[in-house]
Design a protein around this ligand. Structure first.
Ligand code: TPP
Length: 571
């Protein structure tokens, strides 16, 4: 029986039905739900790793052991995992290894729009790309098969639209979870120059074999149209293009690396005009041109954002499509939730006029007005290293600079930055905003929360002791709801001529289970608007006075603590 499900659930079921033994991942939108869905099956080993490099290494180890292993991440996670993955291309696998990478064209929840297909090309790893949930399921199973048969890791590339939209999935009989018995093969799995050179040779021959086989394996499909217009595409773009130009011929690529040269040549010869429609980079287009085939691609399509049926129809016909129906919706910029403990930190930093190196998490929203507290934010873990660089460059006064990072992000890649500050005699101040969860990606556990991927008890790292062990002598813990103490703590730390860590600890508003009473504004309000400066969605200003929206307010009292007239009180 078919079931309606999102692509991520289909990938999880595909892995389980392929007989996966182990999944190790780090959360990242739009890939997170794969591991969460899979973890519902308690018969397999499934875990959250502290970062993508560790996740990939765990999966590589398992696959060398003879297991079917998988790891999942968002596109920027591949930057972190790249080191083990590139060399795992050389070692190959004993069992199987599937690496799911979810790209985010349009940056729905990412800091850039990188195209993971380049990773497949440069690491010499084959990459499959599904175009709906059924293919997410089928291709995931196929990826395990290809991995074992060709002795290679295999990428499964998703995009946000495929990961998060729903279509029907029919499951098939499951494969066994039996392990391939382990065998010591030092020269295959120990990559030092003398052993790696023959493996590089193997990799090149393996890719040539895959490149030849993908012309006939059925993963890439030719769909005949009138023969006038031919479109080469994959993933979500195939669905848009098929709807926009139903008469066209299609070469639908299920494998986006390596590309099927013979199929491309015969497809090109069968149509009058060849179009390459692909989101992000002109990868297929460049390949087709290198084959000496004329085509149109990025000369009519953009490098940026998500494509759509209408956008493709307009680019190919020059006319605005009649079936354009979706009205422009009002913008809804993301905001920190009511009761979010990060709010007071940014209000305080902003009022103190400090230079703030930010990091990736819910707390990146501290950059938005009216908090406007963050000066820069680049990637996970960068805040503390950037603050050190800024301090050491002499460009700013270290006494006026702090770095902020979340608990999950600190454990992901902030630890080494802090170690660097200590080692190189810096005196940065790092604030770890410990809300006891990985909030941004939807509440995943991490090594500091005391729970594992299934919510079962796990050892919790002690952040204070960890920072002390790295050599930070000035470590303080403060509740950010206590505005006075928070400010005193920051003032002391930035004036301290040594590295300081402030752990601002208060649980995420969405995991606090206690019943709360909303606040209200009394007649004592003088309309000074100070409370509006904390950017709480539960507060608005009307007719010269602040108003609390009781349906949103969680009664955290952060606004009350800064009201000069004590006009915000419990109901
Ligand atoms: C390399 C990389 N992996 C994953 C992500 C997705 N991601 C964004 S923020 C974040 C963690 C946020 O958790 P935390 O640091 O605890 O802060 P919170 O959101 O709870 O405030 C993750 C996993 C990313 N942006 N980059």
């Amino acid at each position: 029986m078919s079931q309606l499900m999102i692509g991520n659930q289909a990938v999880a079921l595909g892995a389980l039905d392929a007989g996966v033994n182990l999944i190790s991942s780090y959360p990242g939108t739009p890939s997170t739900e794969i591991t969460e869905f899979a973890a519902k099956d308690t018969t397999r080993h499934i875990e959250w790793a502290p970062n993508e490099k560790v996740a990939a290494e765990v999966a590589v180890g398992a696959s060398i052991g003879g297991a079917k292993a998988m790891c999942c991440m968002k596109h920027v996670g591949m930057n972190v995992a790249a080191d083990p993955v590139f060399t795992a291309a050389y070692t190959g696998v004993r069992g199987a290894l599937v690496i799911v990478v979810a790209d985010d064209p349009g940056m729905h929840s990412s800091q850039n729009e990188q195209d993971s297909r380049y990773y497949a090309i440069s690491s010499h790893i084959p990459m499959l790309e599904p175009s709906d949930s059924q293919e997410c399921y089928d291709y995931c199973r196929l990826a395990f098969k290809i991995s074992h048969e060709y002795d290679t890791p295999v990428f499964l590339r998703l995009t946000t639209r495929i990961a998060h939209s729903q279509s029907l999935v029919e499951r098939r009989d499951a494969d066994s979870t039996d392990l391939v018995p382990y065998k010591k093969e030092t020269a295959k799995y120990t990559m030092m120059p003398a052993f790696a050179r023959p493996r590089h040779d193997f990799v090149i021959k393996r890719m040539a074999r895959l490149g030849a086989d993908c012309n006939t394996s059925g993963i890439n499909q030719m769909i005949k149209g009138t023969g006038k217009l031919g479109i080469i595409c994959s993933g979500a773009v195939f669905r848009y293009a098929k709807e926009a130009m139903p008469e066209a011929s299609f070469l639908k690529l299920g494998m986006c690396h390596p590309l099927p040269d013979e199929l491309i040549k015969s497809f090109a010869a069968s149509v009058e005009e060849l179009i390459i429609a692909e989101e992000l980079e002109p990868i297929v287009e460049n390949h087709v041109r290198a084959l000496g085939i004329a085509c149109k691609g990025k000369d009519i399509f953009t490098l940026q954002g998500e494509y759509s049926t209408n956008m493709i129809a307009e680019a190919l016909t020059g006319k605005k499509p009649e079936f354009d129906t979706v009205p422009a919706l009002p913008a809804r910029p993301p905001v920190l939730c009511p009761g979010c403990p990060h709010r007071m930190v940014f209000y305080t930093l902003s009022r103190m006029g400090l230079t703030v190196m930010g990091d990736i998490g819910c707390y990146t929203l501290g950059a938005a007005a009216p908090l406007s507290a963050i000066d820069a934010c680049v990637c996970m873990g960068a805040s503390v290293s950037m603050a050190h660089g800024l301090d050491r460059s002499g460009a700013v006064d270290p006494k006026r600079t702090v770095a902020v990072i979340g608990d999950s992000t600190f454990l992901h890649s902030g630890i080494t930055g802090l170690l660097n500050v200590v080692y190189n005699k810096g005196n940065s101040t790092l604030m770890i905003l410990d809300n006891s969860i990985t909030g941004m990606t939807g509440h995943q556990q991490n090594p500091a929360t005391g729970k594992d991927v299934r919510g079962d008890e796990a050892p919790a790292v002690d952040l204070e002791q960890l920072c002390r062990a790295l050599g930070v002598q000035d470590v303080a813990v403060v509740d950010p709801f206590n505005a006075k103490e928070l400010k005193e703590c920051i003032t002391r730390a930035i004036n301290n001529p040594c590295p300081s860590v402030i752990i601002a600890r208060h649980p995420c508003a969405l995991i606090v289970k206690a019943k709360t009473t909303p606040l209200k504004v009394t007649d004592a309000c003088i309309g000074c608007r100070r409370c509006m400066g904390i950017a709480c969605p539960a507060l608005r200003f009307e007719n010269g006075k602040a108003i609390v929206d009781g349906s949103l307010c969680v009664g955290c009292g952060q606004c009350a603590s800064i009201c000069p007239k004590g006009a915000i009180v419990k109901q």
